[in-house]
Design a protein around this ligand. Structure first.
Ligand SMILES: Cc1ncc(COP(=O)(O)O)c(C=O)c1O
Length: 397
């Protein structure tokens, strides 16, 4: 009855387990939502009545101009005509998927990567090729070899405060990856919803601005700095790609909501915008610091991690392997939740025992309490596993 691709939409046990985190007394490090109290006010009093009418597929000209100016300011020179406003950057992922992916199309992704992007690519049948992420980014040489071997349709990267790992690519890796893409002419899809959530100054120059004539797509979002419920994001692209994205969007939703676009442009041009970003960074930095301190206190001897310089997540690797689902069940029984790391891979990794921990929704006190419980759950798990391993020997004696 349905299309063949519907069979690729699998429901996940993890998702069902995580539904339990909606209970009010759970300390959840599992989600990735921005904090409601950090969002700017939704003031629509001066909304022009003319916005009740249909709008253009490309988006409101004023917002496209503001975004093009900002992009040019960060090193990505692009005219407003090549900025397409989307319903969140998630729609950009959908449009790119429809433009590039047929069953078995090779696509290069970071390992780990953004779950909903992997789902979108998988839905259309992509053959995903993983590039291991290091604390400096993917290795340019590995990318070169993968391109030589497989010639992917595009390379999907989240170079700045990556979801889920928190990694921000080092300048050496930004330059190296850009050089490989320039040489090979393979398209880049760069996804940067977290770039403004920066807690220490680090290099964030977009790769898309360094590609010479190679094709590129650069996605941004106002979900983390503005109001995610308005669903406003954008995708800027090289001139060989942009017109196709516009035509696909025409088939998808005609255009993004005009009210959100109007609000967003005012938000970006408001004299308070930069001060708002500073407040936002201070607000999340305090939570990030609380999570770093809590991890040191409660998981110090159990796990390794790197403190992220931005974004909303810690990526934690346990020293000993666990069954991630079993561990999550035990954590939920203690009313603390995390996101199992295996979910963020296109292909399940050999090692099980990674977690993504989000810090944006909990208070520093909840972060400390939740991590203390998590430490206890992990210790109990290891102790039981150890007892099981030694049981046969004890029994023989
Ligand atoms: C890496 C990444 N890309 C895209 C998105 C989608 O964001 P939105 O559609 O709200 O702009 C998210 C949301 O969390 C994300 O983490």
């Amino acid at each position: 009855m349905f299309s063949v691709r519907i069979e690729r939409l699998t429901s996940s046990l993890i998702r069902e387990l995580l539904a339990l985190t909606q209970q009010p007394d759970v300390i959840s490090f599992a989600g990735g939502l921005p904090a409601r109290e950090a969002m700017p006010p939704l003031d629509l009093r001066e909304l022009p009545a003319s916005l009740s009418q249909y709008g253009t597929t490309d988006g409101e000209p004023e917002l496209r101009e503001t975004i093009a100016r900002q992009l040019t300011g960060i090193g990505l020179r692009v005219p407003p005509e090549r900025v397409l406003i989307t319903s969140g950057s998630q729609q950009g992922l959908d449009l790119v998927t429809k433009l590039f992916i047929d069953p078995d199309t090779p696509v290069a992704v970071e390992a780990p990567s953004y779950l909903a992007a992997l789902q979108a690519f998988r839905f259309f049948g992509a053959r995903m090729l993983e590039l291991p992420l290091t604390p400096q980014g993917i290795d340019p040489q590995q990318l070169r070899e993968l391109i030589r071997r497989e010639r992917p349709a595009f390379v999907y990267l989240i170079p700045t405060f990556q979801n889920p790992s928190g990694v921000c690519y080092a300048e050496s890796h930004r330059a190296g990856v850009a050089e490989v893409l320039r040489e090979t002419g393979v398209a880049l899809l760069e996804d940067e919803p977290y770039r403004e959530l920066m807690y220490e100054a680090v290099d964030r120059t977009p790769l898309s601005g360094r590609l010479g004539g190679a094709p590129w797509m650069y996605m941004g979002s106002f979900s983390k700095t503005g109001i995610p419920g308005l669903r406003i994001g954008f995708i800027a692209a090289s001139d060989d790609i942009h017109p196709h994205l516009v035509r696909i969007k025409q088939c998808t939703d005609l255009h993004t909501n005009r009210i959100g676009q109007w609000w967003c442009n005012r938000f970006l041009l408001d004299g308070d915008y930069l001060a708002h970003l500073d407040r936002l960074r201070a607000f999340y930095r305090e939570k990030r610091d609380a999570m770093q301190a809590g991890l040191e206190r409660h998981l110090g001897e159990l796990a390794t991690w790197s403190q992220p310089h931005g974004g909303l997540f810690f990526w934690v690797r346990l020293r000993q392997e666990v069954d991630e689902r079993a561990l999550l069940e035990r954590a939920l029984a203690r009313k603390v939740a995390f996101m199992p790391g295996g979910a963020f891979y296109a292909h399940p990794p050999a090692f099980q025992g990674q977690m993504r921990l989000n810090f944006s929704l909990s208070t520093p006190e909840q972060i400390d309490r939740g991590l203390r419980m998590l430490g206890e759950v992990i210790r109990a798990y290891h102790a039981e596993a150890e007892a099981r391993r030694s049981w046969p020997v004890a029994h023989v004696r």
